[in-house]
Design a protein around this ligand. Structure first.
Ligand SMILES: Cc1cc2nc3c(=O)[nH]c(=O)nc-3n(C[C@H](O)[C@H](O)[C@H](O)COP(=O)(O)O)c2cc1C
Length: 172
């Protein structure tokens, strides 16, 4: 089976990081959001990488996404995609496996940012996956109004994600 990267993303920032990681891992890597792949299929990967944004120091919930959906958009704002199942719920369906795996999140730099990737890594470890490298946080600029997909990422984060993908591939 190929390597698989699964993500959840509202404004495309986590998606952009997921795709850069997938390109770094190499040709044939599947990159899918949580609505596009069943956990059972993902569990057959030889390398599984999972990522989500940090919401309230943790993984997003239906409730955090609802609060986003209810926010009024200002003219020109890029609308969030709140339709993807939360990775938190998707993880509950992930079967046990001994494949190599890794976790990442997107977050604000500093103490506010903790709690997403470490949750995913803990779930993976409990299911028997072998962690290839410690979980990574990729940083966003704290913007209020989003005018384009993936526009919150700090400069250099896409390159860092690509390099991390290469490292993960070397360990799988
Ligand atoms: C409801 C909500 C809560 C958030 N809470 C945090 C937080 O506690 N810490 C943090 O670093 N970022 C927080 N953020 C910022 C998100 O991490 C940011 O929106 C995300 O990285 C963007 O990725 P996406 O475009 O893939 O959704 C929060 C965002 C939202 C919408």
């Amino acid at each position: 089976m190929p390597a698989i990267v699964v993500y959840e993303s509202l404004w495309g920032n986590t998606a952009a990081i997921a795709h850069a990681i997938g390109e770094g891992i190499g040709e044939g890597t599947l990159v899918r959001h949580t609505g596009e792949i069943e956990p059972a299929e993902a569990a057959s990967a030889h390398l599984l990488v999972l990522g989500a944004p940090v919401h309230a120091f943790n993984l997003p919930t239906e409730s955090s996404k609802k609060s986003v959906a209810e926010r009024p958009l200002t003219p020109g704002d890029f609308a969030p995609d709140v339709s993807q199942p939360p990775l938190r719920a998707w993880l509950e369906g992930l079967p046990q496996a001994s494949a190599v795996a890794a976790a990442f999140d997107t977050r604000v730099r500093g103490p506010l940012g903790h709690g997403g990737a470490s949750r995913i890594e803990k779930a993976l470890t409990e299911l028997g996956y072998r962690i290839a490298d410690r979980s990574q946080g990729f940083y966003i600029v704290n913007q209020k109004n989003v005018k384009a997909a993936a526009s919150m990422l700090r400069a250099g984060e896409i390159d860092r994600a690509h390099e991390w993908g290469q490292l993960l591939a070397s360990r799988a």
